[in-house]
Design a protein around this ligand. Structure first.
Ligand SMILES: [Zn+2]
Length: 415
């Protein structure tokens, strides 16, 4: 077999990951590889079992075009989503499908120990056969903190201040560890597995306990000079506002349009209370607004105005083709989305003809799927991991009890 360059393999694997079922012609078109290079790479990947044939399409000229896909069981990733109140652990297959999952509740602000993360990763792998374990490629982590230039993580809710997360994990697991902030893993998940696959200028806006943005501009993930790009929640949206933000300023978008602040504003209007949320849930405020409660509607209208104005700044600055909204606030999609659209139509009417506004369809798994995509993206760029991924399946498969097709899938879906 002719020598196959890593770059050809990487290009073909990425094309297949993002599209799931493609013809050879589509691979040529997407990767820009010359036909001989693409053909060598495909031949090699088919021979080792990293990709599979999945039937053929009949084209209009009568020629049959073969469809190819990644072999989902050619590799596995460990994914972790460090949420504010719980950690989610998962084992995913090569294409980001979650095979096993575990969740663990957290005490807000208590320091999270590395041992606890390691135990979770071990538990999601416990049902894997040895040959499958040999194909676990890397760990991907979505976290809510800030990473400085030396890779140290600061995340208040996890009790970490300049914490060497990746370094500590690398000391206790032989697997490579890749981590990224929440919003950037979310936009990665949308770009690789979700609604932004064909959009090179797109933004994910997380609306939950906090507000943040993951930005892709001209097909590049925007990180900023100090890894701080996307702190959308801290743009000042109302200079006269009394709403205090956790960052110390007043009038930040997050101080108005985040879950805890929606509850706070409602209770303040209701009884003038500035203290705590008294156990009230965001869903209760939204339900009151649906039932025409004037105070809840007042809050929803103010939040929508703030979000519409904030998003209009993103539209003007970055001219995205797609903005995807996610997070807890989207349980109020029916209330918020029409109001936000109205605000955008008022502030940036011309731009909204080319900018779509949608809600994520990846649900609560978006962090895990983004972490798995992060691990995949980094794995195909690393020649050792690429080699591991392209190791012939027959070498690692238990030949005494070969599993394939439905039997293999069954063995992996006992969650
Ligand atoms: Zn702020």
């Amino acid at each position: 077999m002719p020598k196959v360059a890593d770059q050809w393999l990487k290009d073909v694997l990425i094309a297949l990951y993002q599209r799931q079922a493609v013809t050879r012609d589509e691979i040529l078109q997407v990767t820009g590889l010359n036909p001989a290079s693409a053909s060598h790479a495909l031949q090699y990947l088919l021979a080792v079992g990293t990709i599979q044939k999945m039937g053929s399409l009949k084209s209009s000229g009568g020629r049959r075009r073969e469809l190819l896909k990644l072999n989902p069981e050619a590799g596995y990733f460990l994914a972790m989503d460090l949420d504010t109140t719980r950690i989610r652990f998962a084992l995913t297959n090569l294409i980001g499908d979650i095979r096993y999952r575990e969740e663990q509740d957290l005490d807000f602000g208590n320091e999270m120990k590395i041992r606890c993360l390691l135990d979770g990763l071990e538990r999601v792998q416990r049902n894997l056969a040895p040959w499958q374990r040999a194909r676990v490629l890397a760990v991907g982590i979505a976290h809510p903190g800030v990473v400085d230039a030396s890779g140290l993580v600061t995340a208040v809710n996890l009790g970490w201040c300049k914490f060497p997360l990746a370094e500590q994990l690398r000391q206790v697991t032989p697997l490579p560890v890749f981590l990224e902030t929440w919003c950037r893993t979310y936009i990665l998940a949308e770009k690789w597995l979700g609604q932004a696959q064909d959009c090179n200028n797109c933004i994910f806006v997380e609306l939950g306990r906090g507000v943040g943005a993951g930005i892709v501009a001209a097909d590049h993930y925007v990180e900023g000079s100090n890894q701080m790009a996307g702190e959308f929640g801290h743009i000042t949206i109302d200079m006269e506002a009394a709403d205090e933000c956790l960052c110390g300023k007043r009038g930040c978008l997050e101080a108005i349009a985040s879950g805890p602040n929606i509850i706070r504003q409602y209770l303040q209007l209701l009884n003038g209370s500035r203290r705590g949320n008294k156990g009230m849930q965001l869903s209760a405020v939204l339900e009151k607004a649906r039932n025409d409660d004037p105070l809840a509607l007042q809050v929803v209208n103010r939040v929508s105005r703030a979000l519409g104005l904030g998003l209009s700044h993103l539209v003007l600055l970055l001219n995205p083709g797609l903005i995807i909204l996610g997070g807890d606030l989207m349980q109020g999609e029916d209330l918020l989305l029409p109001r936000i659209r109205k605000e955008l139509a008022m502030h940036v009417p011309g731009f909204m003809r080319t900018t779509e506004l949608r809600v994520t369809s990846l649900g609560q798994d978006i962090g895990l799927k983004g972490a798995a995509s992060l691990a995949f993206r980094n794995s195909v760029q690393n020649s050792d991991l690429l080699k591991k991924l392209c190791r012939p399946l027959s070498e690692t498969l238990d030949t005494r009890k070969p599993l394939s097709g439905p039997r293999l899938a069954r063995s992996l879906t006992r969650a």
